[in-house]
Design a protein around this ligand. Structure first.
Ligand code: CUA
Length: 319
Protein backbone atom coordinates (compact mmCIF):
# COMPACT_ATOMS: atom_id res chain seq x y z
CA UNK A 1 0.00 0.00 0.00
CA UNK A 2 1.34 3.43 -0.92
CA UNK A 3 1.52 5.98 1.96
CA UNK A 4 -1.84 7.42 2.98
CA UNK A 5 -2.34 10.95 1.67
CA UNK A 6 -3.85 13.76 3.71
CA UNK A 7 -7.43 14.34 2.56
CA UNK A 8 -7.75 17.68 0.77
CA UNK A 9 -10.49 18.84 -1.58
CA UNK A 10 -7.95 21.12 -3.30
CA UNK A 11 -5.78 18.14 -4.29
CA UNK A 12 -8.22 16.09 -6.38
CA UNK A 13 -7.21 12.92 -8.18
CA UNK A 14 -10.54 11.77 -9.62
CA UNK A 15 -12.77 13.37 -12.28
CA UNK A 16 -15.73 14.39 -10.04
CA UNK A 17 -13.30 15.76 -7.44
CA UNK A 18 -11.63 17.93 -10.13
CA UNK A 19 -15.06 19.33 -11.03
CA UNK A 20 -15.83 20.04 -7.37
CA UNK A 21 -12.52 21.86 -6.93
CA UNK A 22 -13.16 23.98 -10.03
CA UNK A 23 -16.63 24.85 -8.72
CA UNK A 24 -15.24 25.78 -5.32
CA UNK A 25 -12.76 28.14 -7.02
CA UNK A 26 -15.62 29.83 -8.91
CA UNK A 27 -17.62 30.25 -5.69
CA UNK A 28 -14.52 31.44 -3.80
CA UNK A 29 -13.77 34.00 -6.53
CA UNK A 30 -17.31 35.43 -6.45
CA UNK A 31 -17.49 35.54 -2.66
CA UNK A 32 -13.96 36.97 -2.44
CA UNK A 33 -14.97 39.79 -4.82
CA UNK A 34 -18.03 40.52 -2.64
CA UNK A 35 -15.82 40.53 0.45
CA UNK A 36 -13.31 42.94 -1.10
CA UNK A 37 -16.04 45.35 -2.24
CA UNK A 38 -17.94 45.34 1.07
CA UNK A 39 -14.80 45.50 3.21
CA UNK A 40 -13.43 48.23 0.91
CA UNK A 41 -16.52 50.40 1.44
CA UNK A 42 -16.38 49.77 5.18
CA UNK A 43 -12.70 50.72 5.46
CA UNK A 44 -13.18 53.77 3.20
CA UNK A 45 -16.10 54.95 5.34
CA UNK A 46 -14.10 54.46 8.54
CA UNK A 47 -11.16 56.48 7.24
CA UNK A 48 -13.15 59.16 5.43
CA UNK A 49 -15.75 59.88 8.11
CA UNK A 50 -14.38 58.31 11.29
CA UNK A 51 -12.27 61.20 12.67
CA UNK A 52 -14.69 64.09 12.38
CA UNK A 53 -14.97 65.79 15.80
CA UNK A 54 -18.37 65.25 17.38
CA UNK A 55 -20.58 68.31 17.36
CA UNK A 56 -23.83 67.71 19.26
CA UNK A 57 -25.27 71.02 18.02
CA UNK A 58 -25.29 70.02 14.32
CA UNK A 59 -27.35 67.06 13.18
CA UNK A 60 -26.06 65.18 10.07
CA UNK A 61 -28.26 65.18 6.95
CA UNK A 62 -31.20 62.80 7.50
CA UNK A 63 -32.10 60.61 4.50
CA UNK A 64 -35.45 58.77 4.40
CA UNK A 65 -35.53 55.93 1.88
CA UNK A 66 -34.04 55.63 -1.59
CA UNK A 67 -35.75 53.47 -4.20
CA UNK A 68 -32.56 53.17 -6.26
CA UNK A 69 -30.37 52.02 -3.35
CA UNK A 70 -33.00 49.61 -2.02
CA UNK A 71 -33.47 48.11 -5.48
CA UNK A 72 -29.70 47.78 -5.87
CA UNK A 73 -29.20 45.91 -2.61
CA UNK A 74 -32.10 43.60 -3.37
CA UNK A 75 -31.48 42.89 -7.06
CA UNK A 76 -27.68 42.60 -7.07
CA UNK A 77 -27.54 39.89 -4.32
CA UNK A 78 -30.43 38.09 -6.03
CA UNK A 79 -28.48 38.01 -9.30
CA UNK A 80 -25.38 36.74 -7.48
CA UNK A 81 -27.40 33.93 -5.86
CA UNK A 82 -28.93 33.00 -9.24
CA UNK A 83 -25.45 32.83 -10.80
CA UNK A 84 -24.14 30.68 -7.92
CA UNK A 85 -27.17 28.41 -8.24
CA UNK A 86 -26.83 27.98 -12.00
CA UNK A 87 -23.10 27.31 -11.88
CA UNK A 88 -23.51 24.78 -9.07
CA UNK A 89 -26.47 23.07 -10.78
CA UNK A 90 -24.43 22.73 -13.95
CA UNK A 91 -21.54 21.04 -12.13
CA UNK A 92 -23.85 18.76 -10.10
CA UNK A 93 -25.75 17.82 -13.24
CA UNK A 94 -22.51 17.14 -15.10
CA UNK A 95 -21.37 14.71 -12.39
CA UNK A 96 -24.72 13.02 -11.77
CA UNK A 97 -25.75 12.35 -15.33
CA UNK A 98 -22.56 10.53 -16.26
CA UNK A 99 -23.81 7.19 -17.64
CA UNK A 100 -22.25 4.00 -16.36
CA UNK A 101 -20.01 2.46 -19.04
CA UNK A 102 -20.58 -1.29 -19.50
CA UNK A 103 -17.04 -2.11 -18.37
CA UNK A 104 -17.18 0.01 -15.19
CA UNK A 105 -16.26 -1.67 -11.92
CA UNK A 106 -19.29 -1.99 -9.63
CA UNK A 107 -18.96 -1.77 -5.87
CA UNK A 108 -21.60 -1.67 -3.15
CA UNK A 109 -20.65 0.12 0.05
CA UNK A 110 -22.92 -0.44 3.04
CA UNK A 111 -22.77 1.81 6.10
CA UNK A 112 -22.99 -0.04 9.42
CA UNK A 113 -22.56 1.23 12.98
CA UNK A 114 -19.53 1.75 12.81
CA UNK A 115 -17.81 0.27 9.81
CA UNK A 116 -18.24 -0.06 6.06
CA UNK A 117 -19.02 -3.25 4.23
CA UNK A 118 -17.52 -3.29 0.74
CA UNK A 119 -18.94 -5.72 -1.82
CA UNK A 120 -17.90 -6.43 -5.39
CA UNK A 121 -21.11 -8.17 -6.48
CA UNK A 122 -19.86 -9.27 -9.91
CA UNK A 123 -16.55 -10.53 -8.55
CA UNK A 124 -17.84 -12.40 -5.50
CA UNK A 125 -15.69 -10.38 -3.09
CA UNK A 126 -16.78 -9.01 0.28
CA UNK A 127 -14.44 -6.98 2.46
CA UNK A 128 -14.60 -4.07 4.87
CA UNK A 129 -13.41 -0.48 5.27
CA UNK A 130 -10.81 -0.68 2.50
CA UNK A 131 -11.82 -0.23 -1.11
CA UNK A 132 -9.50 -1.30 -3.89
CA UNK A 133 -9.94 0.10 -7.39
CA UNK A 134 -7.92 0.34 -10.60
CA UNK A 135 -6.31 3.55 -11.81
CA UNK A 136 -7.79 5.21 -14.88
CA UNK A 137 -5.70 6.46 -17.78
CA UNK A 138 -6.33 8.06 -21.15
CA UNK A 139 -5.72 4.85 -23.07
CA UNK A 140 -8.14 2.77 -21.03
CA UNK A 141 -10.43 4.75 -18.74
CA UNK A 142 -11.42 2.77 -15.62
CA UNK A 143 -14.47 4.11 -13.84
CA UNK A 144 -15.81 2.71 -10.59
CA UNK A 145 -19.51 3.10 -9.80
CA UNK A 146 -20.29 2.85 -6.12
CA UNK A 147 -23.75 2.04 -4.80
CA UNK A 148 -24.21 3.43 -1.30
CA UNK A 149 -26.58 1.86 1.22
CA UNK A 150 -27.05 1.70 4.97
CA UNK A 151 -28.35 -1.10 7.19
CA UNK A 152 -29.08 1.04 10.23
CA UNK A 153 -28.87 4.85 10.47
CA UNK A 154 -27.78 7.62 8.11
CA UNK A 155 -24.05 7.64 7.34
CA UNK A 156 -22.18 9.56 4.67
CA UNK A 157 -19.55 8.29 2.30
CA UNK A 158 -16.84 10.85 1.65
CA UNK A 159 -13.36 10.49 0.21
CA UNK A 160 -12.58 14.15 -0.55
CA UNK A 161 -9.91 13.54 -3.20
CA UNK A 162 -12.11 11.18 -5.21
CA UNK A 163 -15.70 12.44 -5.20
CA UNK A 164 -18.28 14.51 -3.39
CA UNK A 165 -20.02 13.46 -0.24
CA UNK A 166 -22.91 11.00 -0.60
CA UNK A 167 -25.28 10.04 2.19
CA UNK A 168 -25.95 6.39 3.04
CA UNK A 169 -29.64 6.34 3.92
CA UNK A 170 -31.58 3.29 5.17
CA UNK A 171 -33.99 1.96 2.53
CA UNK A 172 -32.53 4.20 -0.15
CA UNK A 173 -29.88 3.56 -2.76
CA UNK A 174 -27.48 6.33 -3.69
CA UNK A 175 -24.67 6.30 -6.18
CA UNK A 176 -21.31 7.95 -6.74
CA UNK A 177 -18.63 7.29 -9.28
CA UNK A 178 -14.92 7.84 -9.27
CA UNK A 179 -12.24 7.91 -11.89
CA UNK A 180 -8.88 8.10 -10.12
CA UNK A 181 -6.20 9.35 -12.48
CA UNK A 182 -3.22 8.29 -10.42
CA UNK A 183 -2.17 5.54 -8.05
CA UNK A 184 -2.30 6.25 -4.31
CA UNK A 185 -4.01 5.60 -1.01
CA UNK A 186 -6.74 8.04 -0.10
CA UNK A 187 -8.67 8.34 3.12
CA UNK A 188 -12.21 9.28 3.82
CA UNK A 189 -14.46 9.21 6.78
CA UNK A 190 -18.13 8.87 7.61
CA UNK A 191 -19.40 12.43 7.24
CA UNK A 192 -22.81 12.20 8.88
CA UNK A 193 -23.16 11.86 12.63
CA UNK A 194 -24.27 8.27 13.21
CA UNK A 195 -23.79 7.58 16.90
CA UNK A 196 -21.07 6.99 19.47
CA UNK A 197 -18.29 5.89 17.12
CA UNK A 198 -19.06 8.16 14.17
CA UNK A 199 -15.45 9.36 14.41
CA UNK A 200 -14.15 5.81 13.95
CA UNK A 201 -15.65 4.98 10.58
CA UNK A 202 -12.53 5.29 8.54
CA UNK A 203 -12.55 4.63 4.83
CA UNK A 204 -9.48 3.87 2.78
CA UNK A 205 -9.42 3.75 -1.01
CA UNK A 206 -6.38 2.11 -2.55
CA UNK A 207 -5.92 2.96 -6.23
CA UNK A 208 -3.80 0.31 -7.92
CA UNK A 209 -2.11 0.01 -11.30
CA UNK A 210 -4.37 -2.25 -13.41
CA UNK A 211 -2.26 -5.42 -13.15
CA UNK A 212 -1.85 -4.97 -9.40
CA UNK A 213 -5.63 -4.58 -9.09
CA UNK A 214 -6.19 -7.81 -11.00
CA UNK A 215 -3.79 -9.55 -8.60
CA UNK A 216 -5.74 -8.15 -5.63
CA UNK A 217 -9.01 -9.51 -7.07
CA UNK A 218 -7.45 -12.92 -7.64
CA UNK A 219 -6.12 -13.02 -4.05
CA UNK A 220 -9.50 -12.00 -2.61
CA UNK A 221 -11.29 -14.65 -4.65
CA UNK A 222 -9.22 -17.48 -3.22
CA UNK A 223 -10.26 -19.43 -0.16
CA UNK A 224 -7.53 -19.16 2.49
CA UNK A 225 -5.65 -22.43 2.81
CA UNK A 226 -6.26 -24.47 5.93
CA UNK A 227 -3.22 -24.39 8.15
CA UNK A 228 -2.67 -27.50 10.29
CA UNK A 229 -1.41 -25.56 13.32
CA UNK A 230 -4.52 -23.38 13.25
CA UNK A 231 -6.92 -26.29 13.37
CA UNK A 232 -7.86 -25.96 17.06
CA UNK A 233 -8.57 -22.25 16.58
CA UNK A 234 -10.62 -22.95 13.48
CA UNK A 235 -12.77 -25.46 15.36
CA UNK A 236 -13.13 -23.05 18.26
CA UNK A 237 -14.21 -20.29 15.87
CA UNK A 238 -16.82 -22.63 14.35
CA UNK A 239 -18.15 -23.58 17.78
CA UNK A 240 -18.56 -20.04 19.09
CA UNK A 241 -21.09 -17.32 18.33
CA UNK A 242 -18.49 -15.72 15.99
CA UNK A 243 -20.13 -17.58 13.09
CA UNK A 244 -23.50 -15.90 13.67
CA UNK A 245 -22.07 -12.49 12.76
CA UNK A 246 -19.03 -13.18 10.60
CA UNK A 247 -18.59 -14.90 7.28
CA UNK A 248 -15.46 -16.91 6.50
CA UNK A 249 -15.57 -18.71 3.17
CA UNK A 250 -15.63 -22.53 3.44
CA UNK A 251 -16.48 -22.53 7.17
CA UNK A 252 -19.82 -22.63 9.03
CA UNK A 253 -19.38 -18.88 9.57
CA UNK A 254 -21.89 -17.17 7.30
CA UNK A 255 -23.14 -14.22 9.36
CA UNK A 256 -23.49 -10.82 7.77
CA UNK A 257 -23.90 -8.65 10.85
CA UNK A 258 -20.15 -8.12 11.23
CA UNK A 259 -17.36 -7.78 8.67
CA UNK A 260 -16.48 -10.70 6.39
CA UNK A 261 -13.27 -12.23 7.77
CA UNK A 262 -12.27 -14.43 4.83
CA UNK A 263 -9.25 -12.23 4.11
CA UNK A 264 -9.10 -10.42 7.46
CA UNK A 265 -5.32 -10.09 7.45
CA UNK A 266 -5.31 -8.34 4.07
CA UNK A 267 -6.75 -5.28 5.82
CA UNK A 268 -4.58 -2.75 7.61
CA UNK A 269 -6.79 -1.80 10.55
CA UNK A 270 -9.30 -3.31 12.97
CA UNK A 271 -12.57 -1.65 13.94
CA UNK A 272 -12.62 0.68 10.89
CA UNK A 273 -9.43 2.47 11.83
CA UNK A 274 -9.54 1.89 15.61
CA UNK A 275 -6.13 0.13 15.74
CA UNK A 276 -3.57 -1.37 13.36
CA UNK A 277 -4.30 -4.94 12.38
CA UNK A 278 -1.53 -6.82 14.19
CA UNK A 279 -1.78 -10.19 16.01
CA UNK A 280 -1.43 -8.42 19.39
CA UNK A 281 -4.21 -5.94 18.59
CA UNK A 282 -6.33 -8.72 17.14
CA UNK A 283 -6.04 -10.60 20.43
CA UNK A 284 -6.96 -7.49 22.42
CA UNK A 285 -9.86 -6.85 20.05
CA UNK A 286 -11.32 -10.36 20.37
CA UNK A 287 -10.83 -10.25 24.14
CA UNK A 288 -12.80 -7.02 24.51
CA UNK A 289 -13.64 -4.91 21.44
CA UNK A 290 -15.14 -2.21 23.66
CA UNK A 291 -11.73 -1.56 25.22
CA UNK A 292 -10.36 -0.48 21.82
CA UNK A 293 -13.56 1.06 20.44
CA UNK A 294 -16.10 2.00 23.08
CA UNK A 295 -19.61 0.98 22.07
CA UNK A 296 -18.46 -1.44 19.35
CA UNK A 297 -21.38 -3.77 18.69
CA UNK A 298 -19.17 -6.89 18.79
CA UNK A 299 -19.47 -8.38 22.30
CA UNK A 300 -16.59 -9.54 24.47
CA UNK A 301 -16.83 -13.32 24.28
CA UNK A 302 -15.34 -13.97 27.75
CA UNK A 303 -12.67 -16.30 26.36
CA UNK A 304 -9.75 -17.49 28.46
CA UNK A 305 -6.13 -16.92 27.47
CA UNK A 306 -5.71 -20.35 25.87
CA UNK A 307 -8.83 -19.87 23.76
CA UNK A 308 -7.71 -16.36 22.73
CA UNK A 309 -4.33 -17.74 21.64
CA UNK A 310 -5.99 -20.49 19.59
CA UNK A 311 -8.45 -18.12 17.97
CA UNK A 312 -5.80 -15.55 17.04
CA UNK A 313 -3.54 -18.33 15.70
CA UNK A 314 -6.42 -19.20 13.37
CA UNK A 315 -7.44 -15.64 12.45
CA UNK A 316 -3.92 -14.68 11.36
CA UNK A 317 -4.09 -17.43 8.74
CA UNK A 318 -6.96 -15.59 7.00
CA UNK A 319 -4.73 -13.82 4.51
CU1 CUA B 1 -21.33 6.51 10.15
CU2 CUA B 1 -21.01 8.71 10.98
Amino acid sequence: MTPIETPNIFAPVSTPAFAIRDLSFVVLAITAAIFVIVAGFAVYTLIRFGRRPANPEVEPAQVYGSTQIELAWAVVPLLIVVVLFLVTARYVWGIERRPQPPDALEITVVGNQWWWEVRYPKLGIVTANEIHVPVSDEASPALTFITIRSVDVAHSFWVPQLAGKMDAIPNKTNRVWIEPRRVGTFVGQCAEYCGLQHALMLLVVVVHPKDEFRAWIAAQQTTPAEVATARAGRELFSSLACINCHNVRATPGNGVFGPDLTHLMSRSTLGAGAVRNTPENLRAWVKDPGALKAGALMPAMKLDDAQLDQLVAYLVTLR
